[in-house]
Design a protein around this ligand. Sequence first.
Ligand code: GDP
Length: 439
Amino acid sequence: MFQGLSEKLQETFKRLKGKGKLKEEDVNEAMREVRVALLEADVNFKVVKDFVAKVKERCIGQEVLESLSPAQQVIKIVHEEMIELMGGASGKILIASKPPTVILLLGLQGAGKTTHAAKLANMLKKQGKHPLLVACDIYRPAAIKQLQVLGEQIKVPVFSMGHEDPTKIAQASIVHANQNGQDVVIIDTAGRLHINEELMTELREIKSAVKPHEILLVVDAMTGQDAVNVAQSFHSELGLDGVILTKLDGDTRGGGALSIKAVTGCTIKFVGIGEKMDAIEAFHPDRMASRILGMGDVLTLIEKAQESFDQKKAKEMEEKLRKHEFTLDDFLDQMQQMKKMGPLSSILEMIPGVGKQLKDVQIDEKDTARVEAIIRSMTKEERRKPVIIKDSRKKRIAKGSGTSVQDVGRLIKQFEQMQKMMKQFSNPGAMGMFGGGKK
Ligand code: GDP
């Protein structure tokens, strides 16, 4: 996400770093570049103007120009102002003191409302809640069915009354939740292609009938300033409690993320980063700013790892690595756990410094599927001792996994190299490879 903006800003800062001491005109030049980068990223022009003015004012101050690492100071200021720009509370749902907590999801068609209703339900379920999904989108063909399919997938009940009046459905769903012990009700409302009075009237009616605790607007990040305008209109008509910014995984520019709060005053609570049910994250302005500036997002990475990795297994794995007992089976196991963390590309993006280098590397998720198929076609013994895999075994494995003998050979070779590397890592005598050994 945000590759375009991120690269431009990083280039500017790299030039700045190369200069050593900074003069006022260096700051001016850099700010001109920041301004262009933000405008190209489709950030609202007034937001850009204010942002650049603020950053410039702070940068031209004495402590920056006279500091020993002025470029670092400039980056720090941009970082802080970016956090301020996107600022506000991070992603949490306010849970009502008396259940059920009612969440109303609004948005235009195609923004990702139905998908995010289910993602939210999935997230809350993992937090120990008992959500109920409510199908109030009675106009879009197949919207009800889509919610039912997603509900089944994440094992969350879906309340539907077919094409009945949406306000009635919403009201009935709360009675149903009360009777069935469901403590969070997530209402998926109908969208339209454009904002119109009919839509607003319908939403106002639902709102006054169910008195939601949270009204969240779902907007598509890739629509840039349109997303901001949509948020503005919905907020003035209905009063929003927050925004879910979707499809950030495909957003190279970031204009929506950077402008919504500043223009509308609404905080972004969650972001959608993929089509799968776990591709939702709480929005943290500080972490987002770090990602944009290429500083990585180690905190989110750690949280994801903690959520996905089985701690007991992690300990076992560590033990195996130490004793050089790591087998292809363990490798497969690790791959499964990694998968739970989400798409590989979005994981790598969070590691400081990696984001940019990966720009040209296409990570094909099919590759991991191929590796998985190959390992699954091996016998237990082969997985433990890949050295025994000679030509005829390779042929059998290739056939069983629908791959080629070369693919099998390559995987075994990679695995052997990895084992060798692990031995070096776990052998303190081999630290020379980090340059700390004898010269
Ligand atoms: P609705 O009309 O607002 O209910 O939109 P849907 O929930 O049906 O989503 C429209 C399309 O966007 C679907 O194909 C979703 O899979 C896709 N989508 C939703 N959220 C995301 C996201 O965060 N990332 C990506 N890449 N696709 C998404």
